[in-house]
Design a protein around this ligand. Sequence first.
Ligand code: PLP
Length: 397
Amino acid sequence: MTVFELEKELFFQTYRRLGVHIKYGDGVFLYDYEGRKYLDMLSGIGVNALGYGNEKIKSAIIEQVNRYIHLSNLFFHESQVNLAKLLIQFSGYKKVFFTNSGAEAIETAIKLTRKWGKRFGKNIIVGFSNSFHGRTIGALSLMDRDKYRNGYEPFLPGISVLRYNDIDQLEENINHSVAGVFLEFIQGEGGIIPADKKFVEKIFELREKFGFLVVADEIQSGLWRTGKFFAFEHYGVKPDVVAVAKPLGGGLPLGAVLGNERVADVFSIGTHGSTFGGNPVACSAGCEVIKELSKIVEKINSVGNYLKEKLEGMKLRHPIIKEVRGVGLMIGVELSIECSEIVRELLNKGVIANCTRNNVVRLLPPLIISESEVDFFIEKFDEVLNEIKQQKFKVQI
Ligand SMILES: *Cc1c(COP(=O)(O)O)cnc(C)c1O
């Protein structure tokens, strides 16, 4: 049996997998068993910010593995402390809690918000439409899309999901009972949709008035993905709590919640925890991720601008492109047609991209991508859209 057949037989069928079998990765490229090479414009869904085979990450992992892989959080770990120091240095937050995933970071933030709110009689948490915060019941409770939620009811009580970018609804629904507002400043799974500047301003104005916490979900957008350490820096605001994950562990499972002084003492000994959270091997890799990315911030911004300009140029040639959104290397190309076939055709041409929200080609390349690699992507994307154009006379799409 092939690996494809075995997967079908053995697994709960939750994932739609690509029909390629990867042997190894190197830099921004993946190589399959048939010797084909793919430019990775998705980075393992925003994880592999330093691409594949980064020497610093590999040596940090090996060094830690040679000492110990796991001790539990009954012990101190230099690797955890080192990573916490780096995160606090670059973010200005006060406290860190390490998790194993994004959804767990969101769960931690929900618990933190609930416990904090208790002190002030604030018992409502607000989420927004079209967002994605992960697959746990807590995370799903903050969301509204049926695709993720159907069949999993009942969800957590005390949560209201308001319309994203709707200022009127914010004003009508936010009051003294709100403990926290959870927000992706740039929605990722939702189709690379940035929050409106005015909407963000209103949230922070209401925070002044009612004193709730603002919790930023930076799991996809954080750690320089958008050219800044956090996407919210593009808005000149400072949330109280931030969740990060995807790229944090250099490919190993690792997430974190950061909090400011307002929430610094909410958790006390024994009130929250995780057996694996902050695994020392993952934290060792994480230190390299932060250190290496901090050296290439300017380049991330220039390559990001370059990619966006090229896509804007393509938009002029291809009316099928409705909009190019996003910032840095978190880019969405909204098409006027469904994009799953386009992504499949890109794969045939040696490019891995992703289709989200049915018609948005999502690009989250490794942050080390170069302009010539961007050119390769643009060339292939252009080819695919030209093919669609030609076929359009024969096949109705
Ligand atoms: C991926 C993602 C999550 C969930 O992270 P997992 O590690 O898959 O649990 C949460 N929020 C956002 C914005 C994400 O992109």
